[in-house]
Design a protein around this ligand. Structure first.
Ligand SMILES: Cc1cc2nc3c(=O)[nH]c(=O)nc-3n(C[C@H](O)[C@H](O)[C@H](O)COP(=O)(O)OP(=O)(O)OC[C@H]3O[C@@H](n4cnc5c(N)ncnc54)[C@H](O)[C@@H]3O)c2cc1C
Length: 619
C-alpha cells in the first residue's frame, strides 16, 4: 500500500484562528468535505474546515476493504458513542460508531454504494418547499460525486447474459466525481448460491438499481478504488482541493460553540459570525464573514446546536443555557435501520471470509497477493444487498396484517410524524418502496462461532422503522458525549417487520442451492422456533446498521423542523446544516451516496455560479 500523495493539513490553530474566512465548515466528514471542496471551486472565497479527527494518509484499518469493521471502537478513528439501555433490545445498549477522522464516517463505513428508490426522495419536497429535493433533483449530484469504474462485469445470478457487462447509463451514474465506485471482482463461495436461493424464493435480481427502482437483489457497488484495491472516501474531496490557497483544513480541533452577532437578532434572525473551538486544551475562535455550515453528523450536529443556544427552550433552561432560538425539533426525529441475523455453518471447502482467520496458509497467500497487486479477498467486502417490498415475500393477507399494525403506531403531535405516517401508509399500499433490506455477510458474525468452521450470515432489517428517538445534551461540557436514545422496537410494526423477514431467511436452509452448501443453522439456535422466542432472539441480538439520520430535520418549523429547504436553521440568516441530520424521513438505502449528494447540492444555493467567470451570492 502506498500513502495518499496529497499534502497533510499543516495550518496551526493560531493561524487558522487569524484567517478571515468567508465560510467555516464544522466537521470534515462525508457531507462536510464534499461541500467544502465544491465551495472552494470559487477561488475568490476563503473556506475553512475544522475537523476533530486527523488525516490518515495511510492506515490499513481505513484503507483495506478486508479490514472493514475492525476500526470500530478504535479511539483514533471512532467517537464510539453508545445509546442508553434500550427496553426494545432487552435492555442492551447499542454501540453508535461515528468516524472521528478527516473523512468522518465515510472512513469507517462498510463501503456499500447505492441509492434508494425515486419515490423515497420525491417525498422530501413535502418537507421543504423551494428547492427540488426529488430524485431528479438529486440525480446530478449523485453523478457529480462518483467515478463509476467501468471495466467490470456484474456476474450475479438472475441477470440476463446481455446485461452482465457493466455498461452504465450516463443518465444515472457519474464518471468524473471524486469517489470511486466499483463492483467486486472476487466473490466468496456462498454468494451465488445465496442469490439463487433467494431467486427461488421469489425475490428477483435487479441489474439496474440506480435508475430509481431499487427493489430486488443487487450487486451493490462499493466505494472502492478498484485500481488500488483501497477504500475511496471523503478524503478524496480534501485531496481535490488541498493545494488551493483558499482551502484550509484544521484537524485535531473540536468546535465547542457557534458564535452569533453580539447585536443579537436582526429582523427576527440571528447571524452566525464564527465558531469557538478547542485544540490541545486551548480555546480559540475563528470568524466567518458569509456563512457557517454545520456538518458534524447526526449525533454531534444537534449537540452543537444545543450548546449554542438553539433547541428546546425547556431543555436549555434546565442546563442554564440561554435560549437564542426555541426549536424543539433539535435532536428529535432520530431514525436508524435495525437488523437481526440468521447464520448458517457451511460445508468444509466452501470459501468464506472466515478463511482469512482459520486458514493460515490461505491468509498468508491473500495478504501477499493484496500487498503485491491490491486484489484478492482482502480487496473486497460483501456487496450482496436485497431490497424487499413486503409483497416480494409475504402473501396479501400477511401484508394487510402488517399494514393494520402500522395503522396503530403512536403518532407524536406537533411533529412531522403525521406526514411521515401518511407517506409510509401510501408506500405500504402501493408496495413499490422496499420495506426490508437483507445484507449478506460471507462469514461468521453471530455467536456461537467455532474458530475452525466457516459460515455465512444474512441480516434482515427494517428500512422505514417507526421508532423515533432523540439525541440531546445533558451537560454543558462540550466534550462530553450526548445522550442517544433510538427507541429501537418501541412499536409492534418494527418488530413484526423484522420477524417476518427473519422467517424468510429461515427458509434458506431448505432451499437449494443454499441447502447444498450448509451443514446446519447456528443462529438462532434450532430450538428457537415460536414467534415469541424469535422476537426475544431479535431483541437480544439486534444490530444497528449505523445509519442515524434526521436530528436536525428539514421540515416546516411548526412541525418540529430545524432547517428549511435551503438547509438554513430557522431563526438564522446564515447557519446551515449540511449532513445526515437534515434527512426528513429515513431513506431505504445505505445513505452515504445520498449524504455526499446533499453536500454537493447545497453549493448550488449557498452560492451561485451564473455564467463562466461570474459569481455572486444567491441568498
Ligand atoms: C460502521 C458504519 C458502517 C456504515 N456502512 C455504510 C455503508 O456501507 N454504506 C453507506 O452508504 N453508509 C454506511 N454508513 C453510514 C454513512 O457512512 C454515514 O451515514 C455518513 O458517512 C454520515 O455522513 P455525515 O456527513 O452526516 O457525518 P460524518 O461523515 O460522520 O462527518 C461528521 C464529521 O464531523 C466531525 N465532528 C463531529 N463533531 C465535531 C466537532 N464538534 N468539531 C469538529 N469536528 C466534529 C467528525 O469527526 C466527522 O469527521 C455506515 C456508518 C458506520 C459508522
Amino acid at each position: 500500500q502506498t500513502p495518499r500523495t496529497c499534502a497533510s493539513p499543516s495550518i496551526s490553530p493560531d493561524a487558522f484562528s487569524a484567517t478571515k474566512f468567508d465560510y467555516v465548515i464544522i466537521g470534515g466528514g462525508t457531507a462536510g468535505l464534499a461541500l467544502a471542496s465544491r465551495l472552494a471551486d470559487d477561488h475568490s472565497v476563503q473556506i475553512g474546515v475544522i475537523e476533530a479527527g486527523v488525516y490518515h494518509p495511510i492506515d490499513p484499518l481505513i484503507d483495506i476493504p478486508g479490514n472493514v469493521g475492525v476500526g470500530e471502537g478504535h479511539p483514533d478513528l471512532d467517537w464510539a458513542f453508545k445509546s442508553v439501555p434500550q427496553p426494545g433490545l432487552n435492555g442492551n445498549q447499542m454501540p453508535v460508531p461515528r468516524g472521528k477522522m478527516l473523512g468522518g464516517s465515510s472512513g469507517l463505513n462498510f463501503l456499500a454504494w447505492n441509492r434508494a428508490s425515486s419515490a423515497e426522495y420525491d417525498v422530501w419536497n413535502q418537507f421543504g418547499k423551494g428547492v427540488d429535493w426529488s430524485f431528479n433533483g438529486f440525480l446530478p449530484y449523485f453523478k457529480d460525486t462518483t467515478t463509476t469504474y467501468q471495466n467490470q462485469t456484474n456476474p450475479f445470478p438472475g441477470i440476463p447474459a446481455n446485461e452482465t457487462k457493466a455498461d452504465f447509463d450516463p443518465n444515472f451514474v457519474g464518471f468524473n466525481g471524486p469517489i470511486q465506485s466499483s463492483y467486486n471482482n472476487i466473490y466468496p463461495d456462498p454468494v451465488f448460491p445465496y442469490v439463487q436461493s433467494l431467486n427461488n424464493l421469489g425475490v428477483p435480481t435487479n441489474a439496474n438499481p440506480d435508475n430509481g427502482s431499487a427493489s430486488g437483489i443487487i450487486n451493490s457497488r462499493s466505494s472502492l478504488d478498484r485500481t488500488r484495491g483501497v477504500r475511496s472516501y471523503a478524503v478524496e474531496y480534501y485531496c481535490r482541493s488541498v493545494s488551493q490557497k483558499n482551502f484550509k483544513v484544521l484537524t485535531n480541533a473540536q468546535v465547542t460553540k457557534i458564535l452569533f452577532s453580539a447585536s443579537g437578532q436582526s429582523h427576527g434572525s440571528y447571524t452566525a459570525t464564527g465558531v469557538q473551538f478547542v485544540s490541545n486544551g486551548k480555546t480559540f475562535t475563528v470568524k466567518a464573514s458569509k456563512e457557517v455550515h454545520l456538518s458534524a453528523g447526526s449525533i454531534q450536529t444537534p449537540q452543537l446546536l444545543e450548546l449554542s443556544g438553539i433547541g428546546n427552550a425547556t431543555l436549555l433552561k434546565s442546563l442554564d443555557i440561554t435560549t437564542l432560538i426555541d426549536l424543539p425539533g433539535v435532536g428529535e426525529n432520530l431514525q436508524d435501520h435495525i437488523f437481526a441475523g440468521v447464520e448458517y455453518e457451511v460445508k468444509p471447502g466452501v470459501l468464506t471470509f472466515d478463511a482469512l482467520h482459520n486458514n493460515a496458509t490461505y491468509a498468508a497467500e491473500q495478504s501477499a497477493l493484496y500487498n503485491a497487486t491490491g486484489t484478492g479477498l482482502l480487496s473486497t467486502f460483501d456487496s450482496t444487498l436485497t431490497w424487499l417490498p413486503f409483497h416480494f415475500y409475504l402473501n396479501s393477507s400477511e401484508t394487510t396484517t402488517l399494514q393494520g399494525i402500522f395503522e396503530k403506531v403512536p403518532i407524536q403531535n406537533g411533529t412531522s410524524q403525521s406526514l411521515q405516517h401518511d407517506i409510509q401508509r401510501q408506500w405500504l399500499q402501493e408496495g413499490v418502496v422496499p420495506q426490508n433490506q437483507i445484507v449478506l455477510h460471507s462469514g461468521g458474525q453471530l455467536p456461537p462461532i467455532n474458530p475452525n468452521s466457516s459460515y455465512f450470515t444474512a441480516f434482515c432489517g427494517i428500512l422505514h422503522p417507526w421508532a423515533h428517538g432523540f439525541v440531546h445534551i445533558n451537560t454543558t461540557d462540550p466534550l462530553a458525549h450526548p445522550v442517544i436514545d433510538e427507541r429501537y422496537f418501541d412499536n409492534d410494526f418494527d418488530i413484526q417487520a423484522v420477524l417476518s423477514c427473519i422467517k424468510l431467511l429461515l427458509k434458506l436452509q431448505d432451499t437449494a442451492p443454499v441447502s447444498d452448501i450448509i451443514t446446519n443453522r447456528t443462529s438462532p439456535a434450532v430450538d428457537i422456533q415460536s414467534d415469541e422466542d424469535l422476537i426475544n432472539y431479535i431483541k437480544s441480538n439486534a444490530m444497528s446498521s449505523s445509519h442515524p439520520i434526521g436530528t436536525a430535520a428539514m421540515a416546516p418549523r411548526e412541525l418540529g423542523g430545524v432547517v428549511d429547504a435551503d438547509l438554513k436553521v430557522y431563526g438564522t440568516t446564515n447557519l446551515r446544516v449540511v449532513d445526515a441530520s437534515i434527512i426528513p424521513i429515513i431513506v431505504g438505502a445505505n445513505p452515504q451516496q445520498t449524504i455526499y449528494a446533499i453536500g454537493e447540492k447545497v453549493c448550488t444555493f449557498a452560492v451561485f455560479f451564473p455564467e463562466p467567470g461570474g459569481f455572486f451570492l444567491a441568498l
